[in-house]
Design a protein around this ligand. Structure first.
Ligand code: PRX
Length: 674
């Protein structure tokens, strides 16, 4: 691999530096953070004590004595000695002032179903009763793991908060993931309880969801993890919306169980700050998804602060993040961050363009949403489906977010001018499942926006770009490299569940020179993204440097897709590459070669594509499956994915003469490009 490839500069699109856009005065006038000294307070000279400013947003049962303990570097411990409960901080403590205020606005996908407005008092009641079921019926206690496979309804945050109330570690698996994927996560986390729902709406259809949970339980059992209880929420309480049978002695309707625990109060368990709040599985460069482990005190402090300072949420705002709670964005910026600061947060069940391109803007108008948070893919989709729709609706955003993938300046400008009507501040937030909350973004009232660039590090985050040898690439040099963060911060994952070695090698292996060091300065965090830093310190993210594909802002491991393809009898070899896509940013193109004696056919293409959807989930379904006579390979037999990527993306394949089979390249090119 060339240096250029390693550092990801081959991703660099030759964008021009864009002009600044300044936040509207009206926004600045009301913003939560208008003090430019915040960056001084969070300078490295004040590290780590500066993070007290974040922790002080929470209520502590017992205040901590050590801000940062580095004795087990790089598994950092934050706010050591402190005790708190996340559910108490997100619910109970708001009752005195806000019990009658909406905590959650739930918007069902069918437009004829009314929007439900759940107050903090009602959320409190439901979290308590659910916690009682988990504790008293399931026998769950602090430190146990529970897998959730829940769609976008209020039952998901209610269940998460009920777990948090008990110190039970939740592991929510995105509802769009297959039974196989869910089962593997049940097994890895050693959950003996699965919480699911009978069905939910997507694109006008009530999907049968419970049956996927059944597969997950079977998969987990085969791997060696027994699930004793499956708790089933009902989309319509009292009515069963799935064709899967309920297994006696294993499956229970939440709706029935809750009757026994009506009005039960469950005392929040006072947990150590370094206790585990949740696991979130994410794709990495090797096959198995990794359980990213987040803490209670550090994580909650961090997301509360980011919700306040970067999202600019005030209790009187109506805040809508359109992500799915099954991903980190939803955990941090639909549930934990916003609720910790008493927000009214919107949960929308379905597809943004259902039943038509105006749906999102109708919801915004009806609820008077003033903070809107979504991904470039959703923005591109909405722009394509109805470029003039936003103007038809009477809503007004003060603040908008883009997250999950790089946004093209053209798309950014449509978001700003048409969706935001030129009146909203935009933040482009760059971060990851592992980082808990934002890493780079402008502080919206303090710095101008630059289309296509995330911005500088947020307060407390000190980004640096290294070349492959570990030399710093100076800001403004126009060169790309590996973006790293110089310092630890409270939102960073604690480790990978049951795999400390993988945590250390993946994120620190490349740039740590002394594995024995207890000095945080020796442990820059490597994000795995290529980036360029402009002279003003603004960062532009170019894409992943590892085998991870970002599809519509969701991370998929190429290895996961490839091994799914290899479950098909006829397939000998599989290679996945990221193909550029007008709407989704990138999509997986799958190249396969067949075992001797098999012939390519349309049926086989469908079978392979179906296998990926079954094993990983529909979200991973390849855009195209190409059955090729052979893979382009180096003399040592390595598949040259880069060449396949060039073919899919119609860029120059470069010099292929050193391959063991150069002739196959032209064959594949003709097959793909015609
Ligand atoms: O490549 C970066 C991209 O998404 C990756 C993280 O994915 P995930 O862990 O699923 O978290 C998504 C939500 C934070 C990153 O390594 N990414 C995320 N945000 C941006 C981005 N790329 C460019 N600009 C962003 N704002």
């Amino acid at each position: 691999m060339s240096e250029q490839e390693k550092s990801g500069t081959h991703y660099a699109v030759h964008w021009q530096e864009e002009d600044y856009y300044y936040p509207p005065a009206e926004f600045v006038g009301q913003a939560n953070m208008t003090d430019p000294k915040v960056f001084e307070r969070f300078s490295l000279d004040n590290f780590p004590e500066c993070f007290k400013e974040m922790a002080d947003l929470l209520d502590w049962d017992q205040y901590w004595h050590t801000t940062l303990d580095t004795s087990d570097a790089p598994c950092w411990k934050w706010f050591v000695g402190g005790k708190l409960n996340a559910s108490y901080n997100c619910v109970d403590r708001h009752l005195a002032k806000f019990k009658n205020k909406t905590a959650i606005h739930f918007v069902p996908e069918p437009e004829n179903e009314p929007i439900m407005h759940m107050t903090y008092q009602e959320l409190y009641r439901r979290v308590n009763e659910t916690a009682a079921v988990l504790r008293d019926f399931c026998g769950l206690k602090a430190g146990d793991r529970v897998t959730l496979h829940l769609p976008m309804t209020p039952e998901l945050p209610i269940t998460m908060l009920a777990c948090a109330r008990l110190g039970v570690i939740h592991s929510q698996v995105f509802a769009g993931f297959s039974g196989q994927a869910c089962g593997e996560r049940i097994w890895d986390s050693e959950s003996r309880v699965l919480i699911t729902m009978d069905g939910y709406y997507r694109n006008g259809k009530l999907l049968d969801h419970k049956s996927i949970g059944d597969t997950a339980v079977d998969v987990a059992a085969k791997l060696g993890q027994q699930v004793d209880k499956v708790l089933v929420w009902q989309r319509y309480p009292g009515k069963y919306s799935s064709s899967a049978s309920m297994i006696e002695g294993r499956d229970y309707f939440m709706n029935d169980l809750l009757k026994t625990y009506a009005r039960t109060y469950v005392k929040p368990v006072s947990m150590p700050a370094e206790g585990i709040l949740f696991l979130m599985y994410t794709s990495g460069s090797t096959g198995r998804p990794k359980g990213v482990q987040h803490s209670i005190g550090g994580y909650l402090s961090y997301v509360a602060y980011m919700s306040k300072v970067i999202q600019d949420i005030h209790p009187e705002d109506v805040y809508w993040c359109m992500a799915d709670i099954g991903w980190i964005t939803g955990h941090s910026f639909i549930v934990y961050g916003p609720l910790a600061i008493a927000a009214s947060t919107v949960i929308y069940e379905g597809v943004p363009t259902y039943p038509d391109a105006g749906r999102v803007w109708r919801i915004a108008e009806e609820l008077d949403v003033n903070i809107f948070h979504t991904s470039p893919t959703a923005i591109r989709q909405l722009r394509k489906a109805g470029p003039d729709e936003p103007a038809k609706y009477n809503y007004k955003f003060k603040h908008m977010t883009t997250v999950g993938e790089p946004i093209e300046p053209e798309v950014w400008k449509w978001y700003y001018n048409v969706v935001g009507k030129g009146k909203a501040a935009i933040v482009d937030t760059w971060w990851q499942t592992e980082t808990g909350g934002f890493l780079c973004s402008t502080v919206p009232a303090l710095a101008p926006m630059k289309p296509g660039s995330a911005g500088p590090g947020v307060p407390g985050i000190h980004p640096v770009i290294f070349d492959d040898e570990g030399n710093e690439i100076p800001a403004g040099s126009g060169k790309a490299g590996n973006i790293c963060i110089r310092n630890p911060w409270p939102g960073l994952m604690q480790t990978i569940w049951k795999d400390r070695d993988r945590y250390v090698s993946t994120y620190f292996g490349k740039y740590n020179k002394n594995p024995e060091s207890k000095d945080w300065r020796d442990w820059p965090y490597m994000a795995g993204d290529a980036a360029v830093m402009a002279a003003d310190g603004y960062v532009r993210i170019l894409g992943r440097v590892d085998d991870v594909i970002n599809v519509a802002g969701h991370r998929l491991g190429t290895k996961e897709i490839e091994s799914a393809a290899l479950t098909v009898e006829e397939v000998a070899e599989a290679a996945v590459i990221a193909a550029k896509d007008e709407i989704k940013g990138t999509v997986p193109d799958l190249y396969v070669s067949l075992k001797p004696g098999y012939e390519p056919s349309q049926e086989l293409v469908a079978k392979i594509s179906g296998a990926v959807a079954t094993v990983v989930g529909k979200i991973a379904r390849p855009n195209k499956v190409y059955i090729v006579p052979d893979m382009p390979k180096t003399r040592s037999g390595k598949i040259m994915r880069r060449i396949l990527a060039s073919i899919s993306n119609r860029t120059d394949v470069g010099d292929v003469t050193s391959l063991s089979n150069p002739e196959v390249v032209e064959h594949i090119r003709k097959q793909v490009q015609g």
